[in-house]
Design a protein around this ligand. Structure first.
Ligand SMILES: *Cc1c(COP(=O)(O)O)cnc(C)c1O
Length: 419
């Protein structure tokens, strides 16, 4: 290595085509010089490029890959001014929640709905608006942590509500809830939390929504993953087998829940958001709570969700990438794998992901490359789209279920280059 570093300017100039904004390049070059690493700038700039947000190819077979942004949902938002909080009818101030709320109320078959930033904020808002300084009855079997850090008892504490534990880890019955309510602990609601990401097996008993209806306090169901309807009315052939048993928002409300909450970027297949749907008076309390403003989504998300709601309402499920990936047949995937004519076509299992359906494996097809080439596949030489693969037993697997068929040729040529 040269003892004296080249000039900052010269080095910055050398990477001017990297796509990294100049001030950041200057920063990085100075750091490299301080650390006497100017001969490693190639690598350092590559690391920086890989840090920026960009499209990737999801070859992992995890349909809702949390690290890849869960559901893939293309936004059509142009960024032009929109009537976000402007009522075109009256020419005065409107509500961003009004129309989107109507769409989701209709989709869930209920009175009212609103949208917040994610399901965690939905739960936080409900607890704050409906249970502040009051008790919330939750089964001991549903005191869960979802993803990294969404722990039900912690969210409860944050909201100012207090926990009234009910039943036991494996068995909770209606009488347990009744006892909690009658014990005069000022129980403001019962909250049922869907066991999205774990299972309790063996001798278990949980209380169904129907058994709790009419118990005297509002029933809130955090169903999390957000299947709109168990019958998947938008699919001609009904739900795929692996979805059987997953609670639908519609059915949960029909069975007596007063409110349901779910994520928009899990089984709904949309952008990151949280939906709260149910009884009008309860939703109004949420809308009027100061937290509602703190957790409200912007026009980018709301217009994108409106697009998604229209796809469901118009039964255009083929335009929802999540459902395309979910129902593609193994035969189709096998054909694509064979047409690639690179690597070895192999049967695989995809998983729903996103902390949903922990036991489910969905038969799939993809290709196997002997050796771990996952790092080369993530390379962005010539501004390539990074391809994210699965590595098993030292071999690289690409599951075609989660890859857009329009990218098959791209995947093939990338593999050719590497191999
Ligand atoms: C995923 C999930 C959440 C958290 O939702 P985010 O949208 O990730 O904030 C909360 N509750 C349940 C039951 C979930 O499955």
């Amino acid at each position: 290595m040269d003892t004296y570093p080249p000039s900052v300017n010269e080095l910055v100039e050398a990477y001017s085509e990297s796509g990294i904004p100049r001030p950041l390049l200057v920063d990085e070059v100075r750091k490299a010089i301080d650390e006497r690493q100017w001969d490693k700038l190639d690598e350092r700039i590559e690391v920086l490029k890989r840090l920026s947000l960009q499209e990737v190819v999801n070859g992992t077979g995890v349909i809702l890959h949390t690290n890849l942004g869960r559901a893939s949902w293309p936004s059509t938002f142009s960024g032009a001014p929109i009537n976000l909080e402007f009522d075109l009818n009256s020419g005065s101030r409107g509500s961003r929640q009004n129309y989107i709320g109507r769409l989701f109320a209709n989709l869930c078959g209920t009175e009212s709905a609103m949208v917040v930033n994610n399901c965690s904020s939905a739960v936080l808002l409900i607890l704050s608006a409906l249970a502040h300084e009051r008790g919330v009855a939750i089964s001991r079997g549903e005191m869960v942590e979802i993803g990294g850090g969404f722990r039900v008892p912690d969210v409860l504490e944050l909201s100012g509500a207090y926990l009234v534990e009910v039943g036991t880890t494996n068995k909770t019955r209606r009488e347990d809830y009744e006892r909690a309510i009658n014990a005069n602990r000022d129980v403001s609601m019962i909250m049922k939390i869907h066991q999205s990401n774990y299972k309790i097996v063996g001798f278990t008993e949980s209380t169904e929504m129907q058994e709790l209806s009419g118990i005297g306090v509002p029933l809130v169901a955090d169903i999390g993953s957000g299947l709109l309807d168990e019958n998947c009315f938008w699919l001609e052939n009904g739900p795929p087998n692996w979805l059987i048993g997953e609670p639908g928002a519609r059915q949960t409300l029909l069975q007596g829940a007063d409110i349901v909450t779910f994520s928009a970027d899990k089984l709904l297949g949309g952008p990151q958001a949280g939906i709260i749907a149910g009884k009008k008076d309860l939703i109004n309390k949420c809308l009027n709570h100061p937290f509602a403003r703190a957790v409200r989504p912007g026009g980018l998300v709301l217009s994108s969700l409106q697009d998604l709601a229209y796809k469901y309402l118009n039964r255009n499920w083929e335009e929802i990438p999540f459902w395309k990936m979910a129902v593609t047949t193994v035969d189709e995937l096998q054909e694509r794998a064979e047409n690639l004519k690179i690597g070895t076509p192999v049967p695989l299992y995809s998983v729903p992901g996103g902390g949903t359906l922990p036991d489910v494996e969905i038969p799939s097809f993809g290709i196997k490359i002997n050796d771990d080439i996952s790092s080369q596949l993530r390379d962005m030489v010539d501004d390539n789209l990074p391809i994210i693969a699965r590595v098993e037993d030292g071999n690289t697997l690409l599951d075609l279920r989660t890859i857009n068929p329009a990218l098959d040729e791209y995947v093939k040529s990338s593999l050719k280059q590497i191999l």
